[in-house]
Design a protein around this ligand. Sequence first.
Ligand SMILES: Cc1cc2nc3c(=O)[nH]c(=O)nc-3n(C[C@H](O)[C@H](O)[C@H](O)COP(=O)(O)O)c2cc1C
Length: 190
Amino acid sequence: MEALENLMSRRSPAKLSEPAPSPEALARAMAAAVRAPDHGKLKPWRFLVIEGEARTAFGEVMARCLRRQQPDCNDEMLTREREKALRAPMIVVAVAKVHPRHPKIPEIEQVLAAAAATQNMWLAFHAQGYGAMWKTGAPAYDGEVRRELGLAATDQIVGFLYVGSIAAPALDAKRPEPDGFIERWTGSAP
Ligand SMILES: Cc1cc2nc3c(=O)[nH]c(=O)nc-3n(C[C@H](O)[C@H](O)[C@H](O)COP(=O)(O)O)c2cc1C
């Protein structure tokens, strides 16, 4: 697909299904991810790929997170949380491996690099015909979730990229127009 067309047509599909990206498609998406801009060449990213039965275990991690954060949640809420892990055949946990007191590169730039890598990956999946959804929510910011995923306390989860084949396209066809987001600065504050 032509590069600009790939950018302009990326969406979050309403529904994903099997099959997951092939090993070759995943490898290409990862190769695209690690070509993201990266101040200081820190490569401050890691990607945990969760597939098959491991998704059930990940659903339990999310359910435990919900119980910690909302102790009065009911069984229906817990079931819904567990099922989130099954909404795609593959989940890529995109992690910023932050060097907390780096002498030159601020933490935010390391997180931004990991986010840029995640977007590269998403676009590469899209270019290969796969759909993805970028989700965060409470589990992305929960220390116990990080621990259960084997991450360090200083790591930051920038997103859970749910990836699969497109079973239903995005519902809303409307796309933002750039007008209204662009201003010109001409030398002094208005
Ligand atoms: C850092 C980040 C976190 C996000 N977290 C969520 C989320 O938890 N739930 C959600 O529905 N959308 C989330 N989104 C937005 C969707 O991934 C999606 O991009 C958005 O709904 C726009 O739809 P589109 O991808 O079709 O353009 C997140 C986006 C970013 C960049």
